[in-house]
Design a protein around this ligand. Sequence first.
Ligand SMILES: *Cc1c(COP(=O)(O)O)cnc(C)c1O
Length: 367
Amino acid sequence: MKPIYVTQPYLPPLEEFIPYLEKIWENKILTNGGPFHQQLEQALCDYLGVKHVALFSNGTLALITALQALRVTGEVITTPYSFVATSHALHWHGNKPVFVDVESNTLNIDPAKIEAAITPQTTAIMPVHCYGNPCDTAAIQKIADNYNLRVIYDAAHAFGVQDAGGSVLRHGDLSILSFHATKVFNTFEGGAIICPDAKTKQRIDHLKNFGFVDEVTVVAPGINAKMSEINAAFGLLQLKHMPHVMQRRAEIDALYREKLQHVKGIHCLPQAGQTVANHSYFPVLVQPDYPLPRDAIYKKLKDHAIHARRYFYPLISDFPMYRGLPTAARANLHVAANASEQVLCLPIYPALTPDDQQRVIEIVLGA
Ligand SMILES: *Cc1c(COP(=O)(O)O)cnc(C)c1O
């Protein structure tokens, strides 16, 4: 049986990539902000509707560099319901993650619970637009303004997502994207920081290149997080195919919602707060009135070569390096813990055929 994975990277026809490679071979610029790097930054500004984009070699280094750029110290309020890199970035930058529970409708950090977690050591909030559903950005900003906190959005899932005011990436002090192979838009590996102004982008550009400002001047202990020309070239090509990618994702999302809407015990997570969605994931909650527990339907799918994933299980706060933190206690995080035990992300990617999707739906229906 042909395996079906939760996602599969979109690869444009190989022959379309050859001219980009020829260009690299011709001009022999492989990295350090070459022509494809510059072109992709501009193309992403246009596509996303943002002012400044700084490309990175991956999303995790973009998160760490964002913390360094804003000189974030001490404690950072964040969500346990995310990919582990969100907290790992805080750890690498010497910050202490402080976990706050999520809202049940979006599974994003619950703004109503943030204030109680603020201490004199708190300097920033790092929320996640989980599955590409926007956070309550207005409520988060209000708290940040009241307490003079920075806001860095882990927007790794939110490529192309818009709310009523435009790109969700405009919110907070900085937003971070990931272009990993598993994401909606990929450059094999890659990432970006969305910056509000040219000065911030310039500082970030220095930080991702060891802190070099010119040949002889180093202004900060920066890191090497530059995107190479080959990745940037692939991004430019991938961007041309985004209308098709987004359309297929929207169709798959709509079909799941239609076929699963009356299945007892299967709750499709609502899309709330976006005017343009990216359908980056298709999470369902397997509730107690479903005939099988979540792990049993997960296993049954697997037995039929369908590799759904339990994003996000376990919670970040349950991993050994974080579970000793006072805010990692279950009692503090029961909405997140409950979602983590019920969630299942179903396959969604442009090359998923209607027949493939039907196979997935039939197993969920027939349990
Ligand atoms: C993928 C992801 C990251 C990490 O991005 P990389 O490019 O793989 O380093 C960070 N946060 C979230 C929420 C992610 O899904």
